[in-house]
Design a protein around this ligand. Sequence first.
Ligand code: NAD
Length: 360
Amino acid sequence: MEKNIAVIKGDGIGPEIVSEAMKVLDKIAEKFGHRFNYEQLLMGGCSIDVNGVPLTDETIARCKASDAVLMGSIGGNTTTSPWYKLPADKRPEAGLLGLRKALGLFANLRPCVLYKQLSEACPLKKEIAEKGFDMLIMRELTGGLYFGKRYTEEVNGIMTAVDTLEYNENEIRRIAKKAFDVAMQRRKKVTSVDKANVLDSSRLWRKVVDEVAKDYPEVTLEHMLVDNSAMQLVKDPAQFDVMVTENMFGDILSDEASMITGSIGMLASASMNETSFGLYEPSGGSAPDIAGQNKANPIATILSAAMMLRYSFKMDKEADAVEKAINDVLEAGYRTGDIMSEGMTLVTCSEMGDKIVSYI
Ligand code: NAD
């Protein structure tokens, strides 16, 4: 198969971690007989330096013309970098928000995996951490409370602020479908999270999710209230496969789920539209404190590339091979600084990439 990948290396550690993911993709192409063509594009701080703006129409057009986008991270030190003297809509992060919008990315997928080799980094009780877990949170990204009408006004002399939470059935249906599709490629279980005992938007959410579930008889669906979900995540995370929820609940729960995996350098993510198109990037930022030192952990970016293989290119075997290689490298005791522990072998960013390539 031949695929065109738009590559945005970005700022800080971005170029270092993306180069390692490209090494891994090249090895996959060689082993499985594919061809990946890369087109490198600027976005974020590096685009401000060259083009004066964080995102150009050209970058948007080239991303749209690609089969998927692989990204590093953007931004710099928010106190010292001149990028942060610019107005908010001209800063690096505005480029990312603009790109997500232009590409219509409404579903954010965040896998949260606790590798048994790293269970010591998990803040949960030993007996829970030892079981490990492998779940994926799918968060609706373009609707809900963050995009509803909001205003602050004085009512009878009292300052009053209003935010509104609105979803229509089409917005719910498309994210529910995405969740069931992803569950079909995983362990075939969906937990839909809402607050249907209080909110109208949640009651509609639940009704539409139930309708969509009828088209996926192989997938087990459960509904869970958001407060209970927050508790279950720390009590028994292994029970979850795909958790799907609206924007704000997803924002909070995905951060909670990331925390219990223990390391930001291991967290992949994807944002997708209605088709198989997606933008794949690590959850962490540009880590200016370690940029240019070959110290960053490239695993989150390599796992994001594996998600691209699985969800945009439908290359399950290839994605499995990448994930297995990462597991084997951890099992063999290789660690970058952020996940280092006693008795393990410390490696650089590029050495970690090389090790993963060698295990594929
Ligand atoms: P950060 O995630 O960049 O760094 C937080 C801490 O985690 C740092 O100590 C860093 O060294 C460490 N870290 C992050 N990724 C790592 C990796 N792969 N390997 C090893 N250690 C890693 O968060 P921050 O310092 O708050 O933000 C820095 C910049 O990144 C800011 O400009 C911010 O706006 C931007 N940012 C960008 C994205 C994105 O591109 N999607 C996301 C978050 C933050």
